[in-house]
Write a protein that binds this ligand. Structure first.
Ligand SMILES: NC(=O)c1ccc[n+]([C@@H]2O[C@H](COP(=O)([O-])OP(=O)(O)OC[C@H]3O[C@@H](n4cnc5c(N)ncnc54)[C@H](OP(=O)(O)O)[C@@H]3O)[C@@H](O)[C@H]2O)c1
Length: 143
């Protein structure tokens, strides 16, 4: 991540604690270790991928990871990135909680463009360095 904003990490932690978090293999590798008190789920196309951490689940498709979460009856499942996974998961999602940083940063990986006609802005919270916006899908059902 091209920035380090403690308050945003705290918001992310508070939001995702106790839930399942699904991420691409590259994002997991940038984290370096599973995030505590959440079920860490990695998606990779490498069939032989194995993690040194026992408490992570590995799936070879996004669909398989979502089926697993449904079977475990998670109330909420968070897609936490990166760009490739956000792009594929967005059409399947019914809600987005986004932090808009109030400064410019260098980077190559972007969040997908938000199709304003599909999402309704439900709330926003202003923080010193970022704004938290909650969007809900307009027709209530993912594609
Ligand atoms: N600012 C933020 O909030 C934020 C959040 C998250 C991540 N990030 C940053 O984003 C960067 C990583 O993003 P990224 O787009 O390069 O990678 P990514 O989405 O984290 O991971 C991509 C990898 O996920 C696997 N994958 C993707 N689609 C798949 C599918 N349908 N089935 C199975 N596996 C699939 C593949 O792994 P294999 O190559 O192993 O097959 C692919 O290379 C990092 O720098 C991270 O720090 C930023």
């Amino acid at each position: 991540m091209p920035w380090h904003v403690k308050e945003e990490f705290e918001h992310f932690k508070k939001t995702t604690l106790g839930s399942a978090i699904i991420m691409g293999r590259k994002t997991f590798e940038t984290l370096g270790k599973p995030l505590k008190d959440r079920e860490n789920i990695i998606v990779t196309r490498y069939i032989n991928y194995s993690s040194q951490f026992e408490d992570v689940k590995v799936f070879h498709s996004l669909d398989d990871s979502l089926v697993y979460c449904m079977q475990k009856n998670y109330d909420k499942v968070f897609i936490i990135g990166g760009g490739e996974i956000f792009k594929q998961a967005l059409p399947l999602s019914d809600e987005m909680i986004l932090s808009f940083m109030k400064f410019d940063a260098e980077g190559e990986i972007l969040f997908p463009e938000i199709e304003e006609d599909k999402w309704e802005k439900k709330s926003s919270e202003d923080r010193e360095q970022f704004e938290i916006v909650r969007y809900v899908r307009k027709n209530g059902k993912p594609n």
